[in-house]
Write a protein that binds this ligand. Sequence first.
Ligand SMILES: NC(=O)c1ccc[n+]([C@@H]2O[C@H](COP(=O)([O-])OP(=O)(O)OC[C@H]3O[C@@H](n4cnc5c(N)ncnc54)[C@H](OP(=O)(O)O)[C@@H]3O)[C@@H](O)[C@H]2O)c1
Length: 320
Amino acid sequence: MQALVSRSADTPLEWRDLPDRPLRADEVRVSVEAAGVNPVDWKMRELSLLGGVQRVLGPRGPFVTGVDFAGRVIDHGPLVTRVRVGDRVVGGTDFSRQQFGSYARTVQVREDQVTSLPEGVSVVDAACLPVAGVTAQMCLFDLGRLPRRDARDKRVLVLGGAGGVGHFAIQLARNTGAAVFAVCSARNTALVQRLGATPIDYGAGDAIDVARQSGPFDVIVDCIGSKTYPIGRCRALLTPTGRQVLVMPVPADYVQLAFTPRLLTVLGRANGENLAPLVAALANKTLEVVIDQRIPFDEAERAHQVSRAGRVVGKLVLVA
Ligand SMILES: NC(=O)c1ccc[n+]([C@@H]2O[C@H](COP(=O)([O-])OP(=O)(O)OC[C@H]3O[C@@H](n4cnc5c(N)ncnc54)[C@H](OP(=O)(O)O)[C@@H]3O)[C@@H](O)[C@H]2O)c1
Protein backbone atom coordinates (compact mmCIF):
# COMPACT_ATOMS: atom_id res chain seq x y z
CA MET A 1 0.00 0.00 0.00
CA GLN A 2 1.04 3.58 -0.51
CA ALA A 3 1.12 6.02 2.37
CA LEU A 4 2.31 9.52 3.13
CA VAL A 5 5.30 8.97 5.37
CA SER A 6 6.57 11.56 7.82
CA ARG A 7 10.30 11.42 8.53
CA SER A 8 10.14 14.45 10.84
CA ALA A 9 8.06 17.56 11.42
CA ASP A 10 10.48 19.52 9.23
CA THR A 11 10.73 17.24 6.20
CA PRO A 12 7.77 17.13 3.83
CA LEU A 13 5.38 14.20 3.86
CA GLU A 14 6.19 11.87 0.97
CA TRP A 15 4.44 8.94 -0.70
CA ARG A 16 6.11 5.59 -0.04
CA ASP A 17 5.22 1.97 -0.82
CA LEU A 18 4.80 0.02 2.42
CA PRO A 19 4.18 -3.73 2.69
CA ASP A 20 0.57 -4.68 3.49
CA ARG A 21 0.21 -6.35 6.87
CA PRO A 22 -1.70 -9.66 6.61
CA LEU A 23 -5.40 -8.94 7.24
CA ARG A 24 -6.56 -10.23 10.63
CA ALA A 25 -9.79 -12.19 10.81
CA ASP A 26 -11.66 -9.24 12.40
CA GLU A 27 -10.20 -6.53 10.17
CA VAL A 28 -11.37 -4.59 7.13
CA ARG A 29 -9.23 -3.01 4.45
CA VAL A 30 -10.61 0.32 3.30
CA SER A 31 -9.69 2.34 0.25
CA VAL A 32 -9.35 5.87 1.67
CA GLU A 33 -11.28 8.50 -0.26
CA ALA A 34 -11.08 11.32 2.29
CA ALA A 35 -9.33 12.00 5.60
CA GLY A 36 -10.19 14.75 8.06
CA VAL A 37 -7.20 16.78 9.23
CA ASN A 38 -6.77 17.30 12.98
CA PRO A 39 -4.10 19.18 14.93
CA VAL A 40 -3.01 15.82 16.39
CA ASP A 41 -1.88 14.78 12.88
CA TRP A 42 0.93 17.35 12.83
CA LYS A 43 1.55 17.28 16.61
CA MET A 44 2.39 13.55 16.28
CA ARG A 45 5.11 14.42 13.80
CA GLU A 46 6.87 16.61 16.34
CA LEU A 47 9.24 15.56 19.09
CA SER A 48 6.47 15.96 21.64
CA LEU A 49 5.08 13.73 24.38
CA LEU A 50 2.38 12.62 21.93
CA GLY A 51 4.93 11.92 19.21
CA GLY A 52 7.03 9.92 21.70
CA VAL A 53 4.05 7.82 22.83
CA GLN A 54 3.21 7.06 19.21
CA ARG A 55 6.75 5.92 18.51
CA VAL A 56 6.77 3.61 21.57
CA LEU A 57 3.27 2.15 21.23
CA GLY A 58 2.74 2.46 17.48
CA PRO A 59 3.71 0.14 14.63
CA ARG A 60 7.36 -0.37 13.75
CA GLY A 61 8.68 1.17 10.58
CA PRO A 62 7.88 4.48 8.88
CA PHE A 63 5.48 6.86 10.61
CA VAL A 64 2.17 7.44 8.85
CA THR A 65 0.10 10.13 10.51
CA GLY A 66 -3.68 10.68 10.48
CA VAL A 67 -6.66 9.15 12.27
CA ASP A 68 -9.85 10.10 10.38
CA PHE A 69 -10.79 8.27 7.19
CA ALA A 70 -13.80 7.47 5.03
CA GLY A 71 -13.94 5.33 1.93
CA ARG A 72 -14.93 1.91 0.59
CA VAL A 73 -14.32 -1.56 2.04
CA ILE A 74 -12.14 -3.49 -0.43
CA ASP A 75 -11.40 -6.61 1.64
CA HIS A 76 -12.19 -8.12 5.03
CA GLY A 77 -11.33 -11.05 7.25
CA PRO A 78 -13.61 -14.08 7.78
CA LEU A 79 -14.98 -12.92 11.15
CA VAL A 80 -16.28 -9.61 9.81
CA THR A 81 -20.08 -9.57 9.74
CA ARG A 82 -21.33 -5.98 9.76
CA VAL A 83 -19.77 -4.66 6.54
CA ARG A 84 -19.10 -6.13 3.09
CA VAL A 85 -16.81 -5.37 0.19
CA GLY A 86 -18.11 -2.25 -1.54
CA ASP A 87 -19.70 -0.68 1.56
CA ARG A 88 -18.87 2.94 2.31
CA VAL A 89 -17.58 3.40 5.86
CA VAL A 90 -16.05 5.97 8.18
CA GLY A 91 -13.62 5.25 10.99
CA GLY A 92 -10.47 6.07 12.88
CA THR A 93 -7.09 4.35 12.93
CA ASP A 94 -5.47 3.42 16.26
CA PHE A 95 -1.69 3.35 16.50
CA SER A 96 -1.84 1.44 19.81
CA ARG A 97 -3.23 -1.48 17.77
CA GLN A 98 -0.15 -1.33 15.55
CA GLN A 99 -2.10 0.35 12.75
CA PHE A 100 -0.63 2.89 10.37
CA GLY A 101 -2.38 6.26 10.13
CA SER A 102 -4.97 7.31 7.60
CA TYR A 103 -2.85 9.46 5.26
CA ALA A 104 -2.68 6.50 2.91
CA ARG A 105 -4.35 4.90 -0.10
CA THR A 106 -5.70 2.13 2.16
CA VAL A 107 -6.05 1.47 5.89
CA GLN A 108 -6.49 -1.76 7.85
CA VAL A 109 -8.56 -1.51 11.02
CA ARG A 110 -10.81 -3.73 13.12
CA GLU A 111 -14.45 -3.97 12.15
CA ASP A 112 -15.50 -2.23 15.37
CA GLN A 113 -13.48 0.84 14.35
CA VAL A 114 -15.81 1.66 11.45
CA THR A 115 -19.46 2.36 10.87
CA SER A 116 -21.36 2.25 7.57
CA LEU A 117 -22.48 5.33 5.70
CA PRO A 118 -26.08 5.55 4.55
CA GLU A 119 -27.09 7.00 1.19
CA GLY A 120 -26.96 10.77 1.26
CA VAL A 121 -23.95 11.06 3.57
CA SER A 122 -20.82 11.97 1.62
CA VAL A 123 -17.45 10.42 2.37
CA VAL A 124 -15.99 13.92 2.57
CA ASP A 125 -18.39 15.04 5.31
CA ALA A 126 -18.11 11.71 7.13
CA ALA A 127 -14.31 11.85 7.09
CA CYS A 128 -14.46 14.99 9.24
CA LEU A 129 -16.26 13.25 12.11
CA PRO A 130 -13.93 10.77 13.80
CA VAL A 131 -11.63 12.84 16.01
CA ALA A 132 -13.44 16.18 16.21
CA GLY A 133 -17.04 14.91 16.22
CA VAL A 134 -16.46 12.06 18.64
CA THR A 135 -14.48 14.31 20.98
CA ALA A 136 -17.25 16.92 21.00
CA GLN A 137 -19.83 14.22 21.70
CA MET A 138 -17.79 12.71 24.55
CA CYS A 139 -17.19 16.15 26.11
CA LEU A 140 -20.88 16.97 26.22
CA PHE A 141 -22.55 13.68 27.00
CA ASP A 142 -20.04 11.26 28.57
CA LEU A 143 -17.91 13.71 30.57
CA GLY A 144 -20.19 16.74 30.71
CA ARG A 145 -23.26 14.57 31.48
CA LEU A 146 -25.53 16.73 29.36
CA PRO A 147 -28.80 14.82 28.83
CA ARG A 148 -28.81 13.59 25.21
CA ARG A 149 -32.53 14.03 24.62
CA ASP A 150 -33.97 16.94 26.52
CA ALA A 151 -31.59 19.47 28.03
CA ARG A 152 -33.82 22.50 27.65
CA ASP A 153 -33.03 23.66 31.17
CA LYS A 154 -29.23 23.42 30.64
CA ARG A 155 -26.63 25.94 29.54
CA VAL A 156 -23.48 25.07 27.64
CA LEU A 157 -20.43 27.26 26.98
CA VAL A 158 -18.02 26.32 24.19
CA LEU A 159 -14.62 28.04 24.23
CA GLY A 160 -13.38 27.94 20.64
CA GLY A 161 -16.72 27.52 18.87
CA ALA A 162 -15.49 27.93 15.30
CA GLY A 163 -12.92 25.11 15.17
CA GLY A 164 -13.31 21.42 14.41
CA VAL A 165 -14.35 20.25 17.88
CA GLY A 166 -16.17 23.47 18.77
CA HIS A 167 -18.47 23.66 15.75
CA PHE A 168 -19.61 20.09 16.37
CA ALA A 169 -20.04 20.74 20.11
CA ILE A 170 -22.31 23.72 19.41
CA GLN A 171 -24.61 21.71 17.15
CA LEU A 172 -24.75 18.59 19.33
CA ALA A 173 -25.59 20.72 22.38
CA ARG A 174 -28.15 22.75 20.42
CA ASN A 175 -29.86 19.51 19.32
CA THR A 176 -30.62 18.67 22.96
CA GLY A 177 -32.46 21.95 23.42
CA ALA A 178 -29.77 23.41 25.69
CA ALA A 179 -28.96 27.12 25.49
CA VAL A 180 -25.52 27.32 23.87
CA PHE A 181 -22.97 30.14 24.04
CA ALA A 182 -19.71 30.04 22.12
CA VAL A 183 -16.56 32.14 22.20
CA CYS A 184 -15.01 32.95 18.81
CA SER A 185 -13.47 35.84 16.86
CA ALA A 186 -15.54 38.52 15.14
CA ARG A 187 -15.13 36.86 11.73
CA ASN A 188 -16.90 33.73 13.00
CA THR A 189 -19.79 35.15 15.01
CA ALA A 190 -22.28 34.77 12.13
CA LEU A 191 -21.30 31.13 11.63
CA VAL A 192 -21.52 30.32 15.33
CA GLN A 193 -24.95 31.93 15.47
CA ARG A 194 -26.15 29.97 12.42
CA LEU A 195 -24.98 26.73 14.07
CA GLY A 196 -27.13 27.49 17.10
CA ALA A 197 -25.07 29.36 19.68
CA THR A 198 -25.08 32.88 21.01
CA PRO A 199 -21.64 34.15 19.95
CA ILE A 200 -19.22 35.86 22.33
CA ASP A 201 -16.57 37.78 20.38
CA TYR A 202 -13.30 37.44 22.28
CA GLY A 203 -11.94 40.49 20.48
CA ALA A 204 -14.65 42.76 21.84
CA GLY A 205 -13.74 42.39 25.50
CA ASP A 206 -12.95 39.82 28.16
CA ALA A 207 -14.86 36.76 26.95
CA ILE A 208 -15.12 35.20 30.41
CA ASP A 209 -16.60 38.39 31.83
CA VAL A 210 -19.09 38.55 28.98
CA ALA A 211 -19.97 34.85 29.37
CA ARG A 212 -20.65 35.37 33.09
CA GLN A 213 -23.71 37.44 32.19
CA SER A 214 -25.22 34.38 30.43
CA GLY A 215 -24.31 31.75 33.03
CA PRO A 216 -24.11 29.79 35.17
CA PHE A 217 -23.26 26.90 32.87
CA ASP A 218 -23.89 23.20 33.29
CA VAL A 219 -21.10 22.26 30.90
CA ILE A 220 -18.06 24.18 29.67
CA VAL A 221 -16.15 22.65 26.77
CA ASP A 222 -12.74 24.31 26.45
CA CYS A 223 -11.23 23.61 23.01
CA ILE A 224 -8.52 26.28 23.39
CA GLY A 225 -6.71 25.81 26.69
CA SER A 226 -6.10 27.17 30.15
CA LYS A 227 -3.39 29.63 29.08
CA THR A 228 -6.09 31.58 27.27
CA TYR A 229 -9.08 30.69 29.45
CA PRO A 230 -7.76 30.05 33.00
CA ILE A 231 -9.36 27.10 34.74
CA GLY A 232 -10.25 29.03 37.91
CA ARG A 233 -12.02 31.79 36.01
CA CYS A 234 -14.01 29.25 34.00
CA ARG A 235 -14.99 27.26 37.09
CA ALA A 236 -16.50 30.39 38.56
CA LEU A 237 -19.01 30.28 35.68
CA LEU A 238 -20.29 26.77 36.52
CA THR A 239 -23.45 25.78 38.35
CA PRO A 240 -22.77 23.93 41.66
CA THR A 241 -22.93 20.62 39.75
CA GLY A 242 -21.49 21.96 36.50
CA ARG A 243 -18.64 20.20 34.70
CA GLN A 244 -15.72 21.65 32.79
CA VAL A 245 -13.97 19.58 30.12
CA LEU A 246 -10.50 20.48 28.84
CA VAL A 247 -10.02 19.24 25.30
CA MET A 248 -6.39 20.35 25.17
CA PRO A 249 -4.83 20.29 28.67
CA VAL A 250 -1.24 21.47 29.10
CA PRO A 251 1.07 19.65 31.57
CA ALA A 252 0.47 22.32 34.24
CA ASP A 253 -3.26 21.41 34.24
CA TYR A 254 -2.77 17.81 35.36
CA VAL A 255 -2.45 18.56 39.06
CA GLN A 256 -5.74 20.44 38.97
CA LEU A 257 -7.29 17.69 36.87
CA ALA A 258 -6.30 15.14 39.51
CA PHE A 259 -7.68 17.06 42.47
CA THR A 260 -10.54 19.22 41.21
CA PRO A 261 -14.00 17.70 41.21
CA ARG A 262 -15.87 17.97 37.92
CA LEU A 263 -12.80 19.19 36.04
CA LEU A 264 -12.15 16.62 33.35
CA THR A 265 -10.23 15.96 30.20
CA VAL A 266 -11.03 13.82 27.20
CA LEU A 267 -9.36 11.37 24.87
CA GLY A 268 -11.53 11.09 21.78
CA ARG A 269 -12.18 7.43 20.85
CA ALA A 270 -13.03 7.37 17.17
CA ASN A 271 -14.66 3.95 16.89
CA GLY A 272 -17.76 2.65 15.14
CA GLU A 273 -19.97 2.84 18.22
CA ASN A 274 -19.13 6.48 18.87
CA LEU A 275 -19.37 7.41 15.21
CA ALA A 276 -22.79 5.85 14.57
CA PRO A 277 -24.91 8.60 16.22
CA LEU A 278 -22.89 11.29 14.44
CA VAL A 279 -23.39 9.62 11.07
CA ALA A 280 -27.12 9.33 11.84
CA ALA A 281 -27.20 13.04 12.65
CA LEU A 282 -25.51 13.85 9.32
CA ALA A 283 -28.05 11.64 7.54
CA ASN A 284 -31.05 13.34 9.13
CA LYS A 285 -29.44 16.74 8.68
CA THR A 286 -29.35 17.70 12.33
CA LEU A 287 -25.57 17.95 12.06
CA GLU A 288 -23.61 19.89 9.47
CA VAL A 289 -19.93 19.73 8.67
CA VAL A 290 -18.45 23.14 7.96
CA ILE A 291 -15.56 22.56 5.58
CA ASP A 292 -12.93 25.26 5.47
CA GLN A 293 -10.91 23.66 2.66
CA ARG A 294 -10.75 20.39 0.70
CA ILE A 295 -7.11 19.72 -0.03
CA PRO A 296 -5.71 16.92 -2.24
CA PHE A 297 -3.68 14.26 -0.40
CA ASP A 298 -0.67 15.30 -2.48
CA GLU A 299 -0.82 18.67 -0.70
CA ALA A 300 -1.16 17.28 2.84
CA GLU A 301 1.92 19.24 3.90
CA ARG A 302 0.11 22.47 3.02
CA ALA A 303 -2.91 21.26 5.02
CA HIS A 304 -0.67 20.90 8.07
CA GLN A 305 0.65 24.42 7.62
CA VAL A 306 -2.90 25.75 7.49
CA SER A 307 -3.92 23.74 10.58
CA ARG A 308 -0.83 24.84 12.51
CA ALA A 309 -1.78 28.48 11.95
CA GLY A 310 -4.79 27.84 14.22
CA ARG A 311 -7.46 29.66 12.24
CA VAL A 312 -9.30 26.76 10.58
CA VAL A 313 -13.05 27.32 10.50
CA GLY A 314 -14.77 23.94 10.91
CA LYS A 315 -12.68 21.27 9.23
CA LEU A 316 -9.90 20.75 6.73
CA VAL A 317 -10.24 17.55 4.76
CA LEU A 318 -7.85 15.68 2.48
CA VAL A 319 -9.42 14.21 -0.65
CA ALA A 320 -8.09 11.49 -2.96
N1 LIG B 1 -8.20 15.40 23.73
C1 LIG B 1 -8.60 15.00 22.53
O1 LIG B 1 -8.98 13.84 22.33
C2 LIG B 1 -8.62 16.00 21.41
C3 LIG B 1 -9.44 15.77 20.30
C4 LIG B 1 -9.51 16.74 19.31
C5 LIG B 1 -8.74 17.88 19.41
N2 LIG B 1 -7.92 18.06 20.48
C6 LIG B 1 -7.13 19.30 20.62
O2 LIG B 1 -8.07 20.34 20.86
C7 LIG B 1 -7.68 21.53 20.24
C8 LIG B 1 -8.78 22.01 19.31
O3 LIG B 1 -8.91 21.10 18.22
P1 LIG B 1 -9.70 21.55 16.92
O4 LIG B 1 -9.66 20.43 15.95
O5 LIG B 1 -11.02 22.12 17.30
O6 LIG B 1 -8.73 22.74 16.42
P2 LIG B 1 -8.91 23.74 15.21
O7 LIG B 1 -10.05 23.33 14.36
O8 LIG B 1 -7.60 23.89 14.56
O9 LIG B 1 -9.29 25.12 15.96
C9 LIG B 1 -9.14 26.29 15.25
C10 LIG B 1 -10.13 27.30 15.79
O10 LIG B 1 -9.68 27.79 17.05
C11 LIG B 1 -10.28 29.08 17.20
N3 LIG B 1 -9.55 29.89 18.17
C12 LIG B 1 -8.23 30.19 18.16
N4 LIG B 1 -7.95 30.97 19.24
C13 LIG B 1 -9.11 31.17 19.92
C14 LIG B 1 -9.45 31.86 21.11
N5 LIG B 1 -8.55 32.54 21.82
N6 LIG B 1 -10.72 31.80 21.53
C15 LIG B 1 -11.65 31.13 20.86
N7 LIG B 1 -11.39 30.45 19.71
C16 LIG B 1 -10.13 30.48 19.26
C17 LIG B 1 -10.18 29.68 15.81
O11 LIG B 1 -11.30 30.50 15.63
P3 LIG B 1 -11.15 32.08 15.58
O12 LIG B 1 -10.40 32.40 14.33
O13 LIG B 1 -12.57 32.53 15.61
O14 LIG B 1 -10.37 32.48 16.80
C18 LIG B 1 -10.27 28.47 14.88
O15 LIG B 1 -11.52 28.39 14.24
C19 LIG B 1 -6.35 21.21 19.52
O16 LIG B 1 -5.30 21.59 20.37
C20 LIG B 1 -6.37 19.70 19.38
O17 LIG B 1 -5.10 19.13 19.31
C21 LIG B 1 -7.84 17.15 21.49
